[in-house]
Structure formats: structure tokens, C-alpha cells
Design a protein around this ligand. Sequence first.
Ligand SMILES: Cc1cc2nc3c(=O)[nH]c(=O)nc-3n(C[C@H](O)[C@H](O)[C@H](O)COP(=O)(O)OP(=O)(O)OC[C@H]3O[C@@H](n4cnc5c(N)ncnc54)[C@H](O)[C@@H]3O)c2cc1C
Length: 512
Amino acid sequence: MSDIETQSSASTPNDSAFSSVGTGPIGGATPVKPRRVVIIGAGLSGLTAAYELQEKANAAGVPIELTVLESRSRIGGAIWTERIDGFLCEGGADSFITNKPWALELCKRLGLGDSIIGTDDKHRRSFVLRKGELLPVPDGFVLMAPNRVWPILTSPILSWKGKLRLMLEPFMPRGDANADESLASFVRRRLGVEALERLVQPLVGGIYTADPKELSLKSTMPQFVEMEQKYGSLLRASLFRRRSGNDIEKHSSGARYGLFATLREGMGKLPEALAAALPPGTIRLSAPVRRVMRDRSGQARWCVDLLSGEQILADAVVLSTEAHAAARLLDEQDADLATLLRSIPYASSAIALVGYHRSDIRHPLNGFGVVHPAIENRKTLAISFTSVKLPSRAPKGKVLLRVFVGGATQPELFDLSDEAIERIVLDEVRDLLGAEAPPILYRLARHARAMPQYTIGHADRIGRISERLGTHEGLSLASNALGGVGVPDVVRTAQLAAASAFESLGAAKPGH
Ligand SMILES: Cc1cc2nc3c(=O)[nH]c(=O)nc-3n(C[C@H](O)[C@H](O)[C@H](O)COP(=O)(O)OP(=O)(O)OC[C@H]3O[C@@H](n4cnc5c(N)ncnc54)[C@H](O)[C@@H]3O)c2cc1C
């Protein structure tokens, strides 16, 4: 995979840190030196935070000097798009839900409104594997709440015993609203073991590349806790919402297939547009940060030490790395905060992008993809039929698949060599979809420790992290480990971090 280079390393020498002069409300008519803000990480969180900070500063007439430091040689983090031989390949996120408005709104503000496209409704359904066979997910089964009874009763995915147990759901007692229950325990309790193993685990687990036994329901899908508490039953709540035109699907937080939008030129356009909206030279690539410490010289609040030995002084710092990376940066400044950040587990996963001539695949590919329940003992988690979902992703007569490997349930597979993963991927595509010839495109995108796991105790952990952060004036955190992993939530969390960083500048001593 070649890296996407965008804005690169116009240098930001240490000695010029407070040198440019501007005027603004903070200094009144007196020229004031701009406030320096350093953002660490140029993934979606860091770039959104940088953009929002710049927008806020412009609106308030406050001069700021932004620097975004990124260790890799490309921007985007878990988002990256590459065009290869006419295929549009997404190595990471490929779309986002539209029922949370923040990503859509941001795209529009960046002038990308005309680029937003929806998924192709023609084959809007997904499959779940059962004994090696691809069976459609029953109509109206959204994540873990059925809003129609008949499709469940007629689906071959569950046995009669499993269906009967699921239909008893309205008679199951409410759980404790204050408990931090695992997603698996909740589903087992309400819908039964079979619905968990055959439907919910592959559908929901796939979103977080997670093990539902570990996931905290209230931190990942609080709407289901609310449904249970308010209606006493998921089935009753879903039927009620459907009848009142307030379908749960419109309120769900990230089913892999459905209600999704993306950008015509690929998700990579979003970080690119954010970067392009920043002053030239703001982003420095291949600039890994080693440490973030309070400045003891009295010139600024924070010292940002790069691995190169360079030091940048800053009035505010936004940490936009993975939580484990942020922990490393803060070890010397605040060991307790670092420990809390480090206690958020992460999963690694890989996405194989595989292209074929359409005529070389036997399966009709009449859906958006297939998810594999763990009990099927497959070595891949899911296969997305990307060019069915988004026809523009492959040239005419060809298909593009995305095959997911690893995650929290099969970490050992992520550690295999690229060649071993390729063999697994091609074997499974051949076996499940009847690929009769070798692929015409193959690329592997690895995401090492990129997906935070919102495990039991997550809300509590985040509460303690934000308490601890509150003791460090000018230090903010923007990360997918905090307020949701999906693109809209990440945008929202970064906007909040930018607001807090900007607010902290008001308290900073102007013109050091
Ligand atoms: C495989 C995968 C598929 C996904 N698919 C979807 C999807 O389809 N839809 C959806 O809504 N969401 C999806 N997500 C989630 C979403 O894409 C991510 O949550 C989001 O992009 C994360 O952005 P981030 O900036 O918080 O983190 P990251 O993208 O991880 O960015 C962190 C950045 O910090 C940098 N960094 C780390 N340490 C340092 C350091 N010391 N110095 C400088 N820089 C540093 C890293 O290099 C990286 O660029 C997916 C995530 C993954 C991993």
C-alpha cells in the first residue's frame, strides 16, 4: 500500500513558536503573539480538532498558530483510500451512518456536499453464514431488535427452539438499569443463546471487531438499555416505534450494512479536505512525538518533545492519538492518567481488498455482504460486497470485496504474515462465494491496535480520565476511545475537544 501524501513538513522551528504578530480581542488593539496549539495525530480526530480550532479562532479574531504532528508519512489514520487499476479501495472506514448528523454536517461545511453518496438500495440486505451457507438476515432484524415477527419465524437461521425463545422476549423481566452489563449477557437474557450466537454476535461484534462477552452495552448501544427500561421489551419497543414511524433503524448506532453514506471519491477525501482547509505547513508528517510535559521554563504551558529531539512549546495540546499512544506520551507527566488511558484495550484487524472479474464469482452477490458467526469457526469475520453496496468502487464487469480478519476474537490471525493472511482470505472467498479464478486485485490494510474496545467499566474509565484531564489546563483529548468509534461520533468528540482547547486559550497568558 502506498501512503497518501498531502500537506507535508513545512518546518515549524522552535524559535519561531511565538514570533508572528496579530491583533484580536484577547489583546484588544495591542498586537498579541498568536497562541500556539499543538495537535498530536493526524487521523480524523486530530484533523477535525485542528479545523474546528482554526474556525473558532477565525470567528473570534484570535490569532493562533496550529501545528499538527503525525508520526506516519500520511494523514487519515484509520481512514485511507487508494485508487488501484480502476478500483476504489478503502483500507479502513468506507462509510458512515447518517442518523448521527456530525459527519454529514462536517462534509457539507467542507464543501463536500455534492460528493456525499448513499449505498445502492437495489440489494440492501446482508447475509449471515449458517453451516457454510449464506442466509439473509431476517427482514427488520436491526442489530439486536426484531421489528417484524414473520420474517423471524420463517427464517432458516434459527431453529424452532431458538425462534420460540426469541418470541418469549416480551415476557422476560427487565434488567438492572444501572448495571454495566455485557452485550452478550443482555442478549442471552432477552433473546436467548441462539439469537446471540447466530445473529447478534456476528452483526454487532463485527462493528467493533469485538467480543460481545466483553463489550459494555451501555457504552456501545445505550439505546437498547433504554428500550428495555421504557417498554420492558425490545420486540415491543421496535414494533411500537415501527408503527409510529419512528423505526429503531433510524436510531441505531452503526449496523455495518444500512443507512450509510460515503464520499464519491472515497472516505480519504474527508481528511484531505480537512487538511486543505488548514494554513499551509500546519501538518507535519513523519514527525512522531515522544513526550508531552508541563513547561518548566515559564514560557508556555506545555512542551512537546519530538522523537527527532526537537521541542515545541504550546499553550494548548490536543492528544489525538490512540489511547495507548497518548498514555506513552503522558507517562512522565501524569502516570495515573497514563495508566487509565492504557487500561482501554484495543483490537487489531486487517482488511483484505480483493477484486475479481464478475464472471469468476459463482455467488449472485445479491446483498451488501456476509457476516460469520464465531460458532461457524471461520478464519475471517465478514466479507463486504463493496461494489454491490457502492457500484462506483469497481470498474464495469468487476467486483470488489473487503474481507475482515483478526479483531478481538481472533488476535492470533492478525499476527500471521501477509502471505498467510492472503492464503486464508482467498481460500474463504473461494469456499463461500465460489471464486473460480485468482483475483485480479489483492491488497492488505493492517490496523494494529487501532480499534478501542468499549469493555465493561468503560464509562467509568472515561469518567476518571476526564476528571484527571481537568487538572491539566490546556490539555485535551480527542480520540475514538472516548465518545464512540464511528466516524460521526469521532467528529463530535473532536469538536468538543477543540472547543475545550480553544476555551483554555482564553485563560492562557497572552503574548508570552
Ligand atoms: C479497520 C477499521 C474500519 C473502520 N470502518 C469504519 C466504518 O466503515 N465506518 C465508521 O464510521 N467507522 C469505521 N471505523 C472507525 C473510524 O474509522 C475510526 O474510529 C476513526 O477514523 C479514528 O480516528 P482517530 O483520529 O481517532 O484515530 P486514528 O485514525 O487511529 O488516528 C490516530 C493518529 O495518531 C497518530 N499517532 C499515534 N502516535 C503518535 C505519536 N506519538 N506522534 C504523532 N502521531 C501519532 C497515528 O499515526 C494516527 O495517524 C473503522 C476503524 C477501523 C480501524
